[in-house]
Design a protein around this ligand. Structure first.
Ligand code: GAP
Length: 445
């Protein structure tokens, strides 16, 4: 792993960098913003897409035993009755008798209002699902919900997916998509928001093998974060106590990350037993058992679920990669992203805006487009442009100078982490870039 400070990154520095460099903006900013909603800018969207892409590879396309789906956000309201979300997906809400502010009871210390110290009223359960109406009538029969988790689509499509993919147990169904929760106290930047993206996989297995699979997916998930660069000192596994288990779970463990404000959940891996398939079978009348040919019997498969957040993961990768080094005018901020996660892989920079350099630099830039996520920049001094690329975590910069044109047909490749510069002939540029990327990836092993 790259060697840099494990000190907790300051949240304000992260938020400010995120805005300054186009990672994350406040939503609807020109209207004063909408609380706890965020928009990913040109650099942030690449980071989040890379994270989702690597997750999809590791949890779907690189495996023989998992397939994907992409389901609707709006589902039949009976789904949420059967799943237990209508009755149980709630948090304890308390209201201050003085300032009238509302809080999640389990997230506050003490018995008084965290804002004004006033007395708090009785706690009541507040359902977190967003409600809306389908069609022109706003009555009870038109009520639908924005899904609070992507998981249910995997359960209600179990039979469709199993019969069309002809997968045999054990196998998984995965999905990446938006979920919505009317959180009482969102906050900590993108950590807890009301609209967020999840990466979830439901792994269907034979009853009795579930505990072994549960262990397997906890380890697999932990290693996934680590293999893309999150340092072990900032990751830990925490088993849920019985009284904090979600209503569907027989056992859950969180992968936690040390965020700037302390440890927080990145992912939950739950043993959902046969709770969901049975509940949907009972409610819909559709048989959702699986016929196991090897045993010549039908049963409800058990389900182990690794459930990650794409926004929380993006925040964790951003936070863990953040480093400041050097002093005075040599001081730089650098995001030490794993190259597979980095929003931009290669930046092409002419040494100056000299008219001899620009056509060659653009030609090189165009030759790399489509092969890498590549950016061209000729705006300010070369030093400032290196700093900008360091701040968005670009692993390599390719610089075109006068020697390139007048002397040796070579360019400079600069390594983000070591800041070492090596010259390489343009004819071997792709090979050179690939070798440099590999050498940076090797520092993560
Ligand atoms: N299907 C199970 C499920 O949804 P969860 O632990 O409630 O489990 C899974 O959510 C992951 O989704 C969390 O670990 C977190 O990364 C993300 N997540 C949940 N609520 C979130 C919120 N309000 N804002 C951002 N991410 C959230």
């Amino acid at each position: 792993m790259p060697n840099y400070s494990l000190e907790n990154t300051n949240l304000e520095s992260l938020v400010s960098l995120a805005k300054r460099r186009g990672f994350i903006f406040q939503s609807s900013e020109i209207y004063g913003g909408l609380s706890s909603t965020w928009d990913y800018g040109p650099i942030g969207v690449e980071l989040k897409r890379n994270i989702k892409e690597q997750w999809w590879k590791s949890f779907v396309t690189n495996r023989q035993d998992i397939v994907g789906i992409d389901a609707s956000i709006l589902m039949h309201p009976s789904v949420w009755e059967a799943s237990g979300h209508l009755s149980s997906f709630s948090d304890p809400l308390v209201e201050c008798k003085i300032c009238k502010k509302r809080f999640r009871e389990d997230l506050i210390d003490g018995n008084n209002c965290p804002e004004c110290d006033g007395d708090l009223g009785e706690s009541r359960q507040f359902n977190l699902m967003f409600k809306t109406f389908m069609g022109p009538l706003e009555n009870d029969s038109a009520v639908v919900y924005l899904r609070p988790e992507t998981a249910q689509a995997m359960f209600v499509n179990f039979d469709n997916v199993q019969t069309t993919s002809r997968k045999k147990i054990p196998f998984g169904i995965a999905q990446i998509g938006k979920s919505f929760r009317n959180e009482i106290t969102p906050g900590n930047f993108t950590y807890r928001t009301r609209e967020f993206e999840q990466m979830e996989m439901e792994f269907f297995c034979k009853p009795g093998t579930d505990e072994e699979w549960h262990k397997y997916w906890i380890e697999y998930s932990y290693n996934w974060f680590h293999s893309y660069g999150i340092r072990k000192e900032k990751l830990r596994i925490r088993e849920h106590s019985k009284d904090e288990l979600p209503h569907y779970s027989k056992g859950s463990s969180d992968i936690e990350f040390k965020f700037p404000w302390g440890w927080g959940e990145l992912e939950t891996i739950s043993n959902r037993t046969d709770y969901d398939l049975k509940a949907h079978s009972n409610k819909s009348g559709k048989d959702l058992t699986y016929f196991d040919q090897s045993l010549n019997e039908r049963y409800f498969p058990f389900v182990v679920e690794p459930a990650m957040g794409a926004d929380r993961s993006s925040l964790a990768f951003l936070s863990d990669s953040y480093d400041e080094e050097g002093e005075g005018k040599d001081k730089r901020t650098v995001l030490r992203f794993h190259p597979d996660i980095a929003p931009v892989t290669v930046a092409v920079l002419p040494l100056s805006r000299n008219e001899k350099l620009i056509p060659m630099a653009k030609k090189i830039y165009e030759s790399l487009l489509g092969k890498y996520n590549v950016e061209y920049d000729d705006s300010q001094s070369i030093g400032r442009r290196y700093r900008r690329q360091d701040e968005i975590g670009t692993p390599l910069c390719v610089t075109i100078d006068f020697e390139t044109i007048e002397k040796d047909n070579s360019v400079t490749i600069r390594n983000r982490d070591s800041m070492e510069q090596k010259r390489i002939n343009i004819n071997q540029l792709i090979q050179g870039i690939d070798d440099h990327i590999k050498s940076i990836i090797n520092t993560f092993i």
